[in-house]
Design a binder for this molecule. Sequence first.
Ligand code: SAM
Length: 279
Amino acid sequence: MSAIDTLPPLREVIATHGLSARKALGQNFLLDLNLTAKIARAAGDLAGSDVLEIGPGPGGLTRGLLAEGARKVLAVEKDSRCIPALEEIAAACPGRLQIIEGDALEVDPLAHLTPPIRIAANLPYNVGTELLVRWLTPKDWPPFWESLTLMFQREVAERIVAQPGGKAYGRLAVLAQWRCDARIVMSLPPGAFSPPPKVSSAVVHLTALPAPRYPANPKILQDVVARAFNQRRKMLRAALKGLGPDIEDRLLAAGIKPTDRAEVVSLEQFCALARGFEG
Ligand code: SAM
């Protein structure tokens, strides 16, 4: 039995440290260690990788990541009440868990971790999408991370893996799938959390591709896609008219009908359209 297995049950940790859930911090804790172990396994082969975990809370997923053999876990937690609970885990795994009390949006993980790096988190809903977009739009590609294994509200998870032709397909799907393989690997009902949130959740696993699926300048692609989906109910010739008077020709050159709406345009077509604005 490893030292992690001798730690008290999470309900006891929460009671001992007075970790009553705070809504403002998006706190819905996972208390079932079998479930957190399963999420940690979904993150891939952790042996030999450093792992960035955002919002460890009382540390259920943290324990799973360490038990699955992560070389080192960097856990960034905003709630100071959770730090003593996390320190108990650190004591059971000497040298393998570094805890930073702070806002994940302000921490530079590369100052603390060595590649290969994977990211795993049951994300606070209030910052989840913002962090994901940041991780998907670094200055250079490939990014500093190999994979992201992230819990989202089910509806957000579906937007990440969506294919053209439906309501879920939008900016997030294009951003994610342009340079990653993305799939939903687990679904969780509200009752898996304490307290239960109003909606179901899902874990998405994204693996960074070595290079984009289709060539395009990232800034141009992001601009085109944002404009197209900001007015997703309009025909593209109207939604994109701010890109110039010749937008109809540009759409046709990319194989897109000017009367189509953004939600039917494939990733490949968006990249072709973006390339038309280069140089
Ligand atoms: N990982 C734990 C689990 O699975 O039980 C907790 C998940 S809970 C949904 C989200 C966690 O993120 C909370 O512990 C919360 O305090 C923390 N958090 C919220 N905003 C944060 C931020 N900006 N930076 C770091 N942690 C944050």
